[in-house]
Design a protein around this ligand. Structure first.
Ligand code: CUA
Length: 316
């Protein structure tokens, strides 16, 4: 058991790092609180009215004391800044080998889907010791994905993708919360993250109607919504091929200039819903919008499909 019972369990690599920084800052704040309070009380007693102490020749200058009270707080503040910035960037960039899980939040539930295909509601199963990356979006208002035991929290916004990653270090079940007030039943919008032994997780993943992977489901939608008619095979007159596009820069015509945007999930989502906003250079803006025709869950599947063909060819 964790020695401080007022803190949640420490169940991820991030939790250890965040707690180390937290206790360092708590220690610094505690040290100065005690130091300053002690000095206030000591001086109040020593120099109280009527006490018999030497009050002549008070010092007017003190180079060393000035240097210390400027230098020490400066060094401490810079230490906290570099430490927390390093932690922030580390927690911002998921490792390349992370497992992909898609998250769609809606009033008032969490819908989670593993890239292997299995989906769950208000429950997330993850293997011990592997980094897990969540790609998250909301179907309605702003929510926030919060697992205190992992010390991770990230807002989930409508109309764009945010990511979050963690690496569980202890088997167990940990509370998942929505940490952004999102309407009447906000307080009930929660669930559990179950950390399992890797072998148990593989067994769990393969049982219970796992079905096709997200990318396979996405390919089916790709054909069903007639994307394949223009974006696949030799049909490159009206629209660019999508093999090898994911994660690479795409040239966008802007007046006479060419601008490059990275074809990530957000760009693909925008291209499906608002295709005239950022048209690939060399093509006419002929694609119709699929706004309100494809659900957030299906958009994530189509993106998973385009990502899966991303590695097959070089950038166009
Ligand atoms: Cu969703 Cu609060």
């Amino acid at each position: 058991m964790w020695i401080f019972p007022f803190l949640p369990d420490q169940a991820s690599t991030t939790a250890r790092q965040v707690d180390a920084l937290y206790f360092f800052e708590l220690g610094v704040a505690g040290f100065f609180t005690v130091l300053i309070c002690t000095l206030i009380v000591a001086f109040a007693v020593r120099y109280r009215r009527g006490s018999n102490v030497d009050r002549s020749r008070p010092p007017l200058k003190g180079k060393w004391s000035e240097l210390v009270w400027i230098g020490v707080p400066l060094i401490l503040a810079l230490m906290m800044f570099t430490w927390s910035a390093a932690l922030f960037f580390n927690n911002h960039e998921p490792p390349g080998n992370a497992l992909d899980v898609s998250v769609v939040a809606k009033q008032w539930m969490w819908h989670l889907q593993h890239s292997e295909g299995r989906s769950e509601i208000n429950e997330l199963h993850v293997p011990l010791g592997s980094p897990v990356k969540l790609s998250m979006t909301s179907q309605d208002v702003i929510h926030s994905f919060y697992v205190p035991a992992f010390r991770v929290k990230q807002d989930v916004l409508p109309g764009r993708y945010t990511t979050l990653w963690f690496e569980p270090t202890r088997v167990g079940r940990y509370h998942l919360y929505c940490a952004e007030y999102c309407g009447t039943n906000h307080s009930t919008m929660g669930g559990w993250v179950s950390v399992m032994e890797p072998a148990d997780f593989q067994r769990w993943l393969s049982q219970g109607g796992a079905g096709p992977s997200m990318a396979e489901q996405g390919e089916r939608l790709f054909v069903q919504h007639h994307c394949a008619g223009c974006h696949r095979g030799s049909q490159t007159v009206r629209a660019p091929r999508l093999e090898g596009v994911f994660g690479h820069p795409v040239p966008i015509q802007e007046g006479r200039d060419i601008r490059f945007v990275t074809a990530d999930g957000t760009y693909i989502r925008d291209s499906i819903l608002r295709p005239k906003a950022q048209v690939a250079a060399g093509y006419e803006p002929v694609m119709p919008s699929f706004q309100d025709q494809i659900s957030e869950q299906d958009l994530l599947k189509i993106i998973a499909y385009i990502k899966s063909i991303g590695a097959e060819g070089a950038a166009p």
